[in-house]
Design a protein around this ligand. Structure first.
Ligand code: UDP
Length: 454
């Protein structure tokens, strides 16, 4: 009997591979999701990523394993389109070997959780006899928009006027994902983003880094058509509940954070007195916009912590650098969750990338949004009009947001009555985010259901 029991135990074990595209905003949530799966007692979870990222990582990171995809080149192409094509080829060449290497009789690889933008991964998974789960690192509203506006399959064409779609607020051109109308930029990325919904038909599971309460109407509209599972926010439990100390490491950082300097500086400031400013890992402002932002921050007279990536630093005007130290701290990268969770941060000036948005919502921080491209305009629309936790800057006729507009938007959040309302709403979403991932919450139940179906 014991031998049979042992055999059954073995056959019940499973190994899940998780494959994000190698950019920061996709690696973080997918690594977090991996940890959550592993914490539920899945026997093994391995994040598969390119050698140039994994070489600086231990082979294990807490509950999960990290596996390298070998590559000869010194580093992957820097531009997004050639990088995505390079990544596709590299994974196609190496995935079988990796699956064979990682599969053993005790932990057979059963599922590939792949980045929804890697639309080619589902066929690869099926060819290797694996189930495929698409992980969307974006909100459901994006998929709902692409569902109606994909030029290949659709239905609604875009002529520049406002768009009214089921379950969504009225969207102007400025609210739509830029990929809809920006037809020249990044053709490979555009093609992949638009065709992501192919996963709705092909993948065995569909995961979204969002939570039901946040996108209630949209989720209710999609779910009778496709069985999507919301599993977010994929944030370490400690940030949602201070008692859960063991789960506090976030993602895999591709940049080195100046953690000590940031936290010490924040510790020295009053509650809600600091504006945290970041445009994420990819967005790049031109010199004129950098200058307006720099002097807009000074105009507010608030303390500010500004993340300027090393590659952007040379755009800052000298005159600003000499004034910076009166009220500001500038770093090349920070531990964003620790910063957002710090009591002295009262406002997040953000490009409204999806991770940044979800992190601010989940930690109850009101925002000023200055979206740049991709899904950021749509996230900004929801932040200001639907979730009502922030204000959006107005872009001038010359395409630049000027310093007065930047300063007055920040003041609205930091000083005016509206700020109190935004903060109250932010706290409401924070509680709902925690509820979703707590035991028995909507995201938690979706993860449990997936695992019990493995
Ligand atoms: N981030 C960070 N430190 C920084 C700036 C950003 O750790 O100084 C993290 C942030 O917490 C988020 C990710 O980088 O998880 C950025 O993702 P997002 O979707 O917001 O923007 P993207 O970089 O994809 O434009």
């Amino acid at each position: 009997v014991r031998v049979v029991q042992k055999m059954e135990e073995k056959s019940n074990k499973s190994h899940i591979l998780v494959l994000p595209i190698p950019v920061q905003g996709h690696i973080n949530p997918m690594v977090q999701f991996s940890k959550r799966l592993a914490s539920k007692g899945v026997n093994k979870v391995t994040v598969v990523t390119i050698y140039s990222i994994s070489k600086n990582m231990p082979k294990e990171s807490g509950l999960i394993n990290i596996e390298s995809i070998p590559h000869d080149d010194k580093s992957p192409p820097q531009n997004i389109d050639p990088m995505l094509e390079w990544f596709h080829l590299l994974v196609s060449k190496n995935l079988r070997k990796i699956v064979e290497k990682l599969s053993d009789s005790v932990y057979p690889v059963k599922v590939l959780v792949f980045d929804s933008v890697a639309t080619w991964a589902i066929d690869l998974a099926h060819k290797l006899g694996l189930k495929g789960a698409a992980f969307f690192t974006q909100p459901c509203c994006l998929s709902a928009i692409y569902y109606h506006m994909d030029p290949e399959t659709t239905k609604v064409s875009f002529d520049g006027s406002d768009v009214s779609l089921p379950s969504l607020p009225l969207l102007t051109k400025e609210d739509l994902p830029s990929i809809i109308y920006d037809t020249d930029l990044y053709p490979t990325l555009r093609g992949l983003v638009f065709s992501q919904n192919i996963n709705f038909k092909k993948a065995d599971w569909l995961f979204f880094n969002t939570f039901d309460a946040l996108e209630k109407e949209i989720v209710e509209w999609i779910r009778p058509r496709y069985p999507i599972k919301t599993v977010g926010p994929t944030i370490p439990s400690m940030y949602l509940d201070k008692r859960l100390m063991e789960d506090k490491e976030y993602g895999l950082s591709l940049f080195k954070p100046n953690s000590e300097i940031c936290m010490k500086w924040l510790d020295s400031k009053e509650i809600d007195s600091v504006v945290y400013v970041s445009f994420g890992s990819l967005a790049s402002l031109d010199e004129q916009q950098m200058e307006e932002l720099a002097f807009g921050l000074i105009l507010t007279k608030c303390y500010f912590l500004w993340v300027v990536r090393a590659t952007e630093e040379n755009k800052l005007p000298e005159e600003f650098m000499s004034k910076l130290f009166e009220k500001g701290l500038m770093v090349n990268w920070c531990p964003q969750l620790d910063v957002l969770a710090h009591r002295s941060v009262g406002c997040f000036f953000t490009h409204s990338g999806w991770n940044s948005t979800l992190e601010a919502l989940s930690l109850g921080v009101p925002m000023v949004t200055m979206p740049q491209w991709s899904d950021q305009p749509t996230n900004a629309k929801f932040i200001s009009d639907v979730w009502q936790t922030g204000v959006r800057v107005k872009v001038g006729e010359n395409g630049v947001v000027n310093r007065d507009e930047i300063a007055s938007s920040i003041r609205e959040v930091m000083e005016e009555e509206k700020g109190t309302m935004l903060k109250e709403n932010a706290m409401k979403w924070k509680n709902l985010a925690k509820e979703a991932v707590d035991e028995g919450g909507s995201s938690d139940k979706n993860i449990e259901e997936f695992l019990s179906n493995l």
